[in-house]
Design a binder for this molecule. Structure first.
Ligand code: ZN
Length: 68
């Protein structure tokens, strides 16, 4: 078992699949759903448009698009 800091908030967590704590995982999950729903209705939006539509920070939008 190894410990690491959450990639988003820095909280100390036990290492698991993703490098995030539970509350950040919930945040990413929620943001991911918002982005997915937004792109579902308007698939031609850019990352910046999605950020403006959903209010999800641009860095999070880009990170989620990269990792999906
Ligand atoms: Zn966290």
């Amino acid at each position: 078992m190894s410990l690491l800091n959450c990639n988003r908030c820095g909280k100390l967590i036990i290492q698991k699949k993703q490098p995030y704590c539970d509350s950040c995982l919930r945040y990413y999950d929620h943001s991911y759903r918002q982005i997915r729903d937004c792109l579902h209705t308007r698939p031609h939006l850019t990352a910046y448009d999605v950020h403006r539509e959903t209010g999800v920070p641009l860095s999070v939008v880009l990170e989620l698009i990269r990792s999906s």
